[in-house]
Design a protein around this ligand. Structure first.
Ligand SMILES: Cc1cc2nc3c(=O)[nH]c(=O)nc-3n(C[C@H](O)[C@H](O)[C@H](O)COP(=O)(O)OP(=O)(O)OC[C@H]3O[C@@H](n4cnc5c(N)ncnc54)[C@H](O)[C@@H]3O)c2cc1C
Length: 423
């Protein structure tokens, strides 16, 4: 059996794998990108139909190619996928699609890995896992199948017409949950939205999009989440040209807000008594960003228009003053529960000690303690921006650099005379 050999094998051709290929190419590292499906597959088949990028096109992109749409617009999911395909073509990335990586094991007695794929075996000195920050849908085990209600993860939702008739309970108020709840409500569905802790930055303030504010305030570069806030999700939306997510506004439009989903008994879902606390904390996060922006404008003498109305707040809706703590699914006419509760990761295909006891990859800025294994695209890999299109490009540059450095050490052959025993 012939075994193909390559210095560096990149697994996955989403934005992370493409960015990796660009930087490995620039560093002169021979490499190959294997993708089990199509380039940017998750943008094509694991997102809902109407999804647009959360950031404007001028920002959510790689540095060396602009989107063809208006730079201030929010590219649709297919446009994002097309952009990544065009980018791969532009840099002539050596991508092989339709080839799954099934197992990676260390070679015995020499540097490198044996990689079993759906199309034969490859030996690689380095393996970069670019298989995504959001791989496996996570649905908390709250409502049993025996409840007889249609349940799906947000990654399986496509559009309102696809759902069973009736009201919808959306669990999770990050960017996916709020956008799906809003879309269903606008489509005439009765919507219940379970709201956990979240940040909700203003979409724009004083003439600048929030991506610009996070940039100039150094918040994209934050190296780690604030202690205790690791699970705080961020609620932003580029839908309809981009609007600030405002839970009071959603309630005014007819969405019933609920606290965190916590239990199920006798056909009824139970919710924590934390709705008001969560909404108020989100408001504080929103206002904190306005304060930081105002301070930045003052300190830098910028001439940006005042926007006092950004601090206006609708009164607490009835669902906050008199929160629903229990909802009988049948009585409420709920036909579908959508879990917008995030994703997990699976690195079981790497048969080396690369993960901690909770299955999370161990690494420093993507460099694993197992020599030759690298991770790219993970949440907070080096900073807050690490999972975003533009952020992953910078992380890829660092990792390609580390691989080139190690290749340099490996290529070194000693020219110094051998040490002689002292007389
Ligand atoms: C709903 C949603 C909206 C988002 N919106 C934005 C946004 O607006 N702007 C932004 O910057 N980011 C956004 N993100 C975050 C991020 O950009 C995406 O999650 C993006 O898909 C991550 O890219 P990636 O290349 O790291 O991983 P992925 O896109 O997940 O790519 C990984 C690739 O690896 C392949 N693969 C996996 N396992 C194997 C294997 N064993 N062998 C071979 N191939 C394999 C997969 O098929 C896939 O193509 C969003 C995320 C979600 C969930």
């Amino acid at each position: 059996m012939t075994v193909e050999r390559i210095n560096t094998l990149v697994v996955g051709a989403g934005q992370a794998g493409i960015a990796m290929s660009e930087h490995l190419g620039k560093a002169g590292v021979p490499h190959l990108v294997l993708e089990r499906s199509r380039i940017a597959e998750r943008w094509r088949s694991e997102r809902w139909d109407s999804l647009v990028a959360n950031g404007p096109a001028w920002h959510d992109r790689f540095p060396n190619l602009e989107f063809s749409c208006d730079p201030d617009a929010f590219a649709g999911k297919e446009e994002v996928a097309d952009y990544l395909v065009a980018y791969a073509r532009k840099i002539d990335a050596p991508v092989r699609t339709g080839v799954e990586v099934r197992k990676v094991t260390r070679l015995k007695g020499r540097r490198g890995f044996r990689v079993e794929t759906g199309d034969g075996v490859i030996e690689a000195v380095n393996v970069v896992a670019a298989t995504g920050p959001f791989q496996k849908p996570v649905i908390p085990p709250v409502i049993p199948e025996s409840a007889g209600i249609a349940q799906m993860h947000s990654s399986a939702y496509r559009n309102p017409g696809d759902l069973a008739p009736g009201a919808v309970l959306v669990v999770g108020a990050g960017s996916s949950g709020v956008q799906i709840a809003d879309e269903l409500n606008r489509a005439g569905r009765k919507v219940f939205l379970s709201v956990g802790p979240h940040d909700r930055p203003p979409r724009s303030y004083r003439g600048r999009d929030f991506v610009w504010w996070l940039g100039v305030l150094g918040l994209w570069d934050m190296a780690a989440p604030a202690p205790g806030t690791e699970h705080v999700t961020i609620a932003v939306s580029g839908a309809r040209g981009g609007e600030t997510v405002d839970f009071r506004q959603l309630a005014a439009q007819g969405v019933t807000l609920l606290g965190r989903t916590s239990s199920f008994a006798g056909g009824a879902v139970g919710f924590d008594d934390d709705l008001t606390r969560n909404v108020n904390a989100g408001d504080a996060n929103h206002d904190g960003m306005l304060d930081a922006a105002d301070a930045y404008i003052a300190a830098n003498g910028l001439d940006l228009p005042e926007e006092p109305e950004a601090r206006n707040r609708l009164p607490d809706p009835e669902c906050m003053t008199n929160p629903v703590r229990s909802l009988n699914l049948r009585d409420a006419g709920i036909g579908t529960v959508i879990w917008a509760t995030g994703f997990g990761q699976d690195y079981s295909w790497i048969e080396a000690d690369v993960c901690d006891e909770r299955g999370r990859p161990r690494h420093q800025r993507g460099v694993s303690p197992v020599q030759g294994i690298y991770f790219i695209g993970l949440p907070w890999l080096s900073r807050r921006g690490s999972t975003f299109i533009w952020g992953v490009w910078h992380d890829a540059k660092y990792i390609a650099d580390q691989i080139a450095i190690q290749n340099g050490y490996a290529a070194y052959t000693a020219k110094a005379p051998a040490m002689t025993e002292p007389a």
